[in-house]
Each structure stands twice: as structure tokens, then as C-alpha cells.
Design a protein around this ligand. Structure first.
Ligand code: ATP
Length: 271
């Protein structure tokens, strides 16, 4: 890799079927990212311009990174993963250089998907450009905008960015021809939580008699997909600690209660 913050996954292995819920979001990504990468001819023929960049926004741990990887897998594209916060505070000119190199690489390895996580680290509205650090971040953002403007919607490179804070982004990023397609990735509802549980439980040795997945899903109100995966792992650990060869429904309930208690403590502390 060119820099530490850049992780290149030539061939990610995440599939759409590994993702619980988010059916509409997957459908939309297929239309605006996968299809143009796989079949640009249709778009040319019909004179339709797909977006160059898509912005996924929503709370942490809801599957944004997973979605971006899955789109890359399913469109046979190179996946280039960068975390914006890691090139925000470098030396003068370095952030901009990294952005340039990322796009060069994306073109060389096309079809490719550039995934920019935590885009708010370089893309937040800035009112005060007083410090040199702020000006450096601004230069990095300018370079990103100019790279976005410099290629065509059907150039075999798609940019997917992610943030938890869409409200603080510089509107320049959201203009037509840049990240002009916003897709919300919310916390999972009951049905999605059941789906996610199902995906992880299928891979585990769980005693299924009187296992009421609906009930477990109800208990995890407000949990993200990442939280649910952690619950499953924790339930497994409880069984291991007790020397069992099978995971019981009670292990899941204990794991969930533990998370809920910790949350209450956190809330209490932050009051
Ligand atoms: P962040 O904003 O913290 O970067 P994110 O939205 O990118 O979070 P991911 O990194 O995709 O979230 O999710 C973290 C992990 O949680 C995933 O690797 C996966 O194991 C699990 N996960 C999250 N959402 C889902 C989901 N919808 N279906 C299945 N697993 C999920």
C-alpha cells in the first residue's frame, strides 16, 4: 500500500446475502453503482447519467462499510478503502497527494470502488480557516473535489463515502456531479434485526428448541448490526465459559442484558 491509511482489498468477499435488512438500500446501490460498472453501455445508449459518488449516512455499526464491500464484490471491482480522518492531519500537501494517488490507483485498477469512510473528517463545513491544520484539511478537500470533477460518470470508477454526520458536511461536496446521491442507512427495525440475528445464528451451534428469535429481536431495540453481532459472540463466550458445546437462548438474553446495563451506566455517567 502507498500509505498506512489505505487498505486495498482487491477482491472483497462480502455478499449482499451477508447483510441483514437494508433491502431498499441494496437495491438502490445496485442501480446506481453496480449496474453502471457492469454495463455502462446501457447507460450510454439511453443517455442516462448515473451518479459518480454516493454518500451513505447513518449511525455507526449499521453496515455502511459492509455495503460498499458487497457492491465491490458483486460488481467484480477493486475495492479501495481509505479513512478520511487518517489523512486529514498529515504534513503540508500530503493529504492532497494521497487523494491524488488514490484516484490514480482507482483508474489503474478499474473497474473500482473507492470507499471513503468518515468523510466528515475532511468534508465538514469550515467557518474558520485560522490554523495551518485547518488550511491543510481544506486543501485535501479541494483536491478531492477536483478529482471528483475530473472524471466522467461512466469512467469505471465509483466513489462511495460514509459518515455519521451528514448535517455538518460542506454543501460543496453534495453538489450535482459530486456526492449527489444520499442513501440513509438507519438502525435496523425489528424485521432487520431478526434478519441479522438469523445470519449470525446460522453460523453458530445454537440449541434451537424453544429458541424464539422474534423475542430476541425485540430485546435488541436500538441496537446496530454491529451490536447484534457482538451479542452473538458474547453469547458464544458465555457457553464456552460454562464448558458447554451448545449455545442456549439464555446466553443471548444474558449478553443483551449486559449491553443494556452498560448503556445505562454510560447514560448515567454522561448526565
Ligand atoms: P462505522 O460508521 O462505525 O464505520 P459501519 O456502518 O461502516 O460503521 P460496518 O463496519 O459495516 O458498519 O459494520 C460493522 C460490523 O457489524 C460488520 O462487519 C458486521 O459484522 C456487522 N453488521 C453491521 N450491520 C450489519 C447488517 N446490516 N447485517 C449484518 N451484519 C452487520
Amino acid at each position: 500500500p502507498l500509505v498506512k491509511s489505505m487498505e486495498i482489498v482487491e477482491k472483497p468477499s462480502v455478499k449482499y446475502s451477508d447483510i441483514g435488512g437494508l433491502e431498499k438500500q441494496i437495491q438502490e446501490l445496485r442501480e446506481v453503482v453496480e449496474l453502471p460498472l457492469k454495463n455502462p453501455a446501457i447507460f450510454k445508449e439511453l443517455g442516462v447519467q448515473p451518479p459518480k459518488g454516493v454518500l451513505l449516512f447513518g449511525p455507526p455499526g449499521t453496515g455502511k462499510t459492509m455495503l460498499a464491500k458487497a457492491v465491490a464484490t458483486e460488481s467484480n471491482s477493486t475495492f479501495i478503502h481509505v479513512v478520511a480522518s487518517e489523512f486529514a492531519q498529515k504534513f503540508v500537501g500530503e493529504g492532497a497527494r494521497i487523494v491524488r494517488e488514490v484516484f490514480e490507483l482507482a483508474k489503474k485498477k478499474a473497474p473500482s470502488i473507492v470507499f471513503i469512510d468518515e468523510i466528515d473528517a475532511i468534508g465538514a463545513k469550515r467557518v474558520d480557516l485560522g490554523t495551518s491544520g485547518e488550511r491543510e484539511i481544506q486543501r485535501t478537500l479541494m483536491q478531492l473535489l477536483s478529482e471528483l470533477d475530473g472524471f466522467q460518470p461512466l469512467d469505471n470508477v465509483k466513489i462511495i463515502a460514509a459518515t455519521n454526520r451528514v448535517d455538518i458536511l460542506d454543501p460543496a461536496l453534495l453538489r450535482p456531479g459530486r456526492f449527489d446521491r444520499l442513501i440513509e442507512i438507519p438502525l435496523p427495525d425489528l424485521k432487520a434485526r431478526k434478519d441479522i440475528l438469523q445470519i449470525y445464528i446460522k453460523k453458530m451451534k445454537v440449541r434451537l428448541d424453544n429458541f424464539d428469535i422474534d423475542k430476541i429481536a425485540r430485546y435488541t431495540e436500538g441496537f446496530s448490526g454491529a451490536d447484534i453481532r457482538n451479542i452473538c459472540t458474547e453469547a458464544g463466550y458465555i457457553a464456552i465459559r460454562e464448558g458447554r458445546r451448545e449455545i442456549y437462548v439464555d446466553d443471548f438474553i444474558k449478553a443483551i442484558n449486559r449491553v443494556n446495563e452498560n448503556r445505562k451506566k454510560e447514560e448515567y455517567k454522561s448526565r
